[in-house]
Design a protein around this ligand. Structure first.
Ligand SMILES: [Fe+2]
Length: 241
């Protein structure tokens, strides 16, 4: 059986290379998980832990992407003590449980990182295989903090503050393309998170940072035929897009 992973890890379009030098002042990135804690610093609305794909997780991801079973778990207020076991059990329906343990452990680890950063013991943890374009309109989330990690397929697209016309946010009787064209100053500067990179970003409900929420959208996957496997971790009371 040939591997499907090369296609899943291709990014649609041409993401702007992301190095420390390229980043705007409101974003920060490093190859160490401690960078995520900087999201609480004033003026920062995006912190990125840059990491390579985990070789021990690749078979898990491939199994989930090839499965005919819909992949969607949503743990509200889980105990972090046995989260890896619970996740493995939840996503193993129709899939050999042994093939998802490594991924479940990675998700549990990321939940712990988010908990430490956001100051919550019981984050909301969602893992989903996404086959549509999701939130295709550039927007700010109506929540405090969110962690995203795309295990397969194109990552979330985001905008530098200087590349955003915030007063144009919202659909407001325009087509999707018309609204995005008004919101984005320069489409060639649209950024995209890389697969496996871990991002924590701020939303409109973050106290003191209401006007500095990260503007972002789901990467289009329909036209590129590249489904995603996306992890989303929020504070337990948050449910915004
Ligand atoms: Fe969003």
């Amino acid at each position: 059986m040939s591997s499907l992973l090369p296609n899943f890890f291709e990014s649609a379009g041409s993401p702007v290379p992301m190095t420390e030098l390229d980043l705007p002042s409101h974003a920060t990135a490093a190859a160490a998980p401690s960078i995520l804690a900087q999201i609480v610093n004033p003026g920062i609305n995006l912190a990125i832990f840059e990491r390579p794909p985990s070789q021990t997780c690749l078979s898990s991801v491939e199994a989930l992407m090839q499965s005919r079973v819909p992949i969607r778990i949503d743990f509200k207020n889980p105990s972090t003590a046995d989260l890896a076991t619970a996740i493995a059990a939840a996503i193993a329906s129709g899939i050999p449980r042994s093939s998802v343990r490594a991924l479940a452990s990675d998700i549990s680890h990321l939940a712990s990182l988010f908990s430490a950063t956001a100051g919550t013991l019981h984050p909301r943890v969602r893992l989903e295989r996404v086959d549509d374009d999701g939130c295709a309109l550039f927007h700010a989330d109506s929540l405090n903090l969110r962690l995203l990690c795309t295990y397969a397929g194109p990552g979330t697209e985001w905008l530098e503050n200087s590349n955003t016309r915030r007063h144009e946010l919202g659909l407001r009787s325009r087509t999707l393309d018309e609204a995005n064209a008004d919101i984005v100053v320069d489409p060639s500067r649209i950024r995209r998170l890389a697969p496996w990179h871990v991002a924590i970003f701020s939303g409109r409900s973050r106290p003191g940072a209401e006007d500095n929420a990260l503007i972002h959208r789901s990467a289009p996957v329909l036209s590129a035929n590249t489904p995603r496997l996306r992890l989303c971790i929020d504070l337990p009371a948050d449910c915004g897009c």
